[in-house]
Design a protein around this ligand. Structure first.
Ligand SMILES: Nc1ncnc2c1ncn2[C@@H]1O[C@H](COP(=O)(O)OP(=O)(O)OP(=O)(O)O)[C@@H](O)[C@H]1O
Length: 269
């Protein structure tokens, strides 16, 4: 069975159908439809303003859509937002870390919101703190932590309760190179047991961690395929190895910039 056939035979974890979001006169998401199978790791790519964060905020139940439907684990995100929130770990672009609380208190709050049994909370905090590498700062005031550590506290919050789906909006922003590597390894490890959507501007991050890539441009889906599928479609006849991440930069440039201008994304990091 091909990878695509295998993916198709897996149950759908996320189903988005004709999703549209309008902020007054601005169309941020335009008739977007896609399906993510259980256990897939999807890279969400697109230039600034493409509609990535808006889509993720709708999927996680934090923002209403103008029209269309979205389900997570079979629950409609508009009709059953609590069921959806219980099944999703969401790291937003700006993690909601209370700066006057300690990370431990922040994690206790999230555990409460996710209705974890009280007796399980202490152990769960230790587990996610270990995964996110924040054990040493659990009892410091979050406002005194570096941006990188706050980002990791946000990641730990997303991991509380071991949700089936993880939605990570630019998880490595603000981290130093060592931390970036650690978070990428962490995401790769999570990929084995979770369905993951990873929004990022860093193309190597996608090539290293994701099986499939969804590219948005001006609110519209311009492609959604495996890395091999993208290569076959957009660089036909080219011998490309997945270690050579320049191929993704080239494909991304073709998809979001018909003029052929170089993409802004990958080079910086
Ligand atoms: N609250 C809002 N009110 C009005 N317009 C908004 C709002 N939030 C986003 N937009 C607009 O919607 C469009 C999509 O924004 P969105 O943040 O979803 O894009 P993005 O792909 O996540 O961009 P970035 O990579 O810069 O985070 C942009 O044109 C943005 O200016």
């Amino acid at each position: 069975m091909t990878a695509r056939a295998a993916a198709l035979s897996l149950p759908a974890m996320i189903e988005v159908s004709h999703l549209t979001k309008r902020y007054r006169e601005r169309l941020a998401v335009d008739d977007l439809s896609f399906t993510v199978a259980k256990g897939e790791v999807i890279g969400f790519l697109g230039p600034n303003g493409a509609g990535k964060s808006t889509t993720l905020r709708i999927l996680t139940g934090f923002l209403p859509a103008t029209s269309g439907t979205a389900t997570v684990a079979g629950f409609d995100v508009f009709e059953h937002p609590l069921e959806v929130k219980r099944r999703i770990g969401y790291l937003p672009e700006n993690p909601p870390v209370y700066l006057d609380l300690t990370p431990r208190a922040c994690l206790e709050l999230v555990a409460g919101l996710k209705a974890l049994p009280r007796r399980a909370v202490k152990g769960e905090i230790e587990r996610v703190a270990h995964l996110a590498g924040i054990e040493d700062v659990l009892d410091r005031v979050a406002g005194n932590l570096s941006k990188g550590y706050r980002q990791r506290v946000g990641l730990a919050q997303a991991l509380v309760g071991d949700p089936e789906v993880l939605v990570l909006d630019e998880p490595t922003v603000g981290l130093d190179p060592l931390q970036i590597r650690e978070v990428r390894e962490l995401v790769k490890g999570l990929a084995e047991r979770h369905t993951v959507i990873l929004s990022t501007h860093i193309l190597p991050e996608v090539a290293m961690t994701c099986q499939k890539v969804l590219v948005l441009n001006a609110g519209r889906l311009v492609d959604f395929d495996t890395l091999d599928g993208l290569i076959a479609k957009h660089l036909p006849g080219r011998q490309v190895t997945l270690d050579d991440i320049a191929f993704l930069e080239e494909i991304y440039g073709k998809l979001v910039s018909p003029s052929g201008a170089a993409p802004v994304a990958a080079a910086a990091r």
